[in-house]
Design a binder for this molecule. Structure first.
Ligand code: KG4
Ligand code: ZN
Length: 364
């Protein structure tokens, strides 16, 4: 059908969101349905894999039906089905993969499995109305989520080389752990963000009177957030003492270790977390000064302080910043449909064969 919109159904089940979306021509989102399982996992303060898989199995078809209805399209108009098949919780991924294959087989259209982390870098290219102009490549890509913190050099929208990643916690994971330390509930990112933003005047300066920024090595593009998380823990609870250190302190007549209020911990943590991310972007731009575009994605790209810092950085350096709209920051299926569209278009719409399966790890 020359001239017709290429409609792709995206399916996302890698963690605790069951999502389906219809995207036209890889960029224009017609529907973006997300059934979050947050309430099912909240009492465990983390995602319970078996609960997640069962919930995906119950919700997948209703969510797909809703996405098709909201988009106002007929199932027969779909050109392909794309599914996030890596990385993630294996049981959860398998529900999405099995559903995607069955739907594609039933509709007689190709199915393609795509990488969830790379798909986050397509989130900033999505719009609700007419397509935005395509970004210039090469681009620098930053994925900041609950499971990943990675920098990529993107030669095109499909060729991405990983430049660095976290050697311990992901930034979103550090946010969630700091929220637990401060008793703010799960998922913690939004609540730490709110507390930090409301108390930005209490933020102490990273690396000075505030928390440390992990540099790792002078030219490293890897990230580390576990030291920052521990600094927040000690600031809130006081530096732990054993009998010997306590006796020494008392002998010196020093007071008990300082304990900071939650507001100051959140604000100081956010300042250091954001600086850790911008520092590595600055380093990557030194090495890859040819990049004129900065693509950002993942749940933490919803963070207010990070968004402002990236805006300022991009303005200073004349970079085209592609930050996702808020509805595309967290896990969603529109980004899966977008990447799936691009992969299929590059292959002449030849899909994966039905041996395509789920993998818990990323290929990159
Ligand atoms: O991309 P995502 O939905 O799932 C993964 O692929 O991991 O990201 C979820 C993560 C969680 O760790 C959550 O706490 C964090 O994104 N997050 C935030 C904010 N909103 C969500 N972190 C900081 N500030 C926020 N506003
Ligand atoms: Zn994600």
């Amino acid at each position: 059908m020359p001239g017709a919109r290429a409609l792709v159904l995206g399916i996302e089940t890698s963690c605790d969101e069951t999502a389906a979306s219809i995207v036209a021509d890889g960029r224009v989102v017609l529907s973006n349905v997300i059934a979050s399982q947050t309430e099912l996992h909240a009492e465990y303060r983390g995602v319970v894999p078996e609960i997640a898989s069962r919930a995906h199995a119950e919700r997948l078809l209703p969510v797909v039906r809703e996405a098709v209805a909201q988009a106002g399209v007929e199932p027969g108009e779909l050109r392909a089905v794309a599914v996030g098949n890596r990385p993630g919780l294996i049981g959860s991924l398998l529900v999405g993969v099995a559903g995607a294959k069955a739907l594609a087989l039933g509709l007689g259209v190709p199915v393609v499995g795509v990488d969830h982390v790379r798909a986050h870098l397509h989130a900033g290219l999505l719009t609700r109305s007419a397509g935005a102009p395509a970004p210039a490549y090469p681009a620098l890509g930053l994925v900041v989520s609950g499971g990943h913190t990675s920098l990529y050099l993107c030669a095109s929208h499909l060729e991405m080389t990983k430049l660095g990643g976290t050697i311990d916690d992901a930034v979103g994971e550090a946010y969630d752990k700091v929220a637990a330390i401060l008793n703010l509930g799960f998922p913690g990112g939004p609540s730490v963000d709110r507390l930090a933003s409301a108390n930005a005047h209490l933020a102490r300066t990273p690396d000075k009177d505030g928390f440390p920024v992990a540099r790792i090595a002078p030219d490293s593009l890897d990230f580390s957030f576990s030291g920052l998380k521990t600094a927040a823990l000690y600031a809130f609870n006081g530096v732990p003492e054993n009998e010997r250190t306590r006796a020494k302190r008392l002998a010196r007549g020093e007071p008990a270790p300082e304990r900071w209020p939650a507001e100051a911990v959140a604000a100081t943590f956010q300042a250091a977390a954001v600086r850790t991310l911008t520092l590595k972007i600055e380093r990557a731009l030194v090495r890859h000064s040819e990049c004129r575009t900065l693509l950002v994605g993942g749940g933490v790209s919803a963070n207010s302080a990070l968004r402002s810092a990236l805006d300022a950085l991009a303005r200073d350096r004349g970079l085209d910043l592609r930050l996702p709209a808020m509805e595309f920051c967290l896990d969603n299926a529109a980004m899966i449909a977008a990447l799936g569209h691009d992969v299929l278009a590059s292959r002449g719409w030849i899909g994966d064969d039905l041996s395509m399966s789920a993998t818990p790890t990323t290929g990159s």
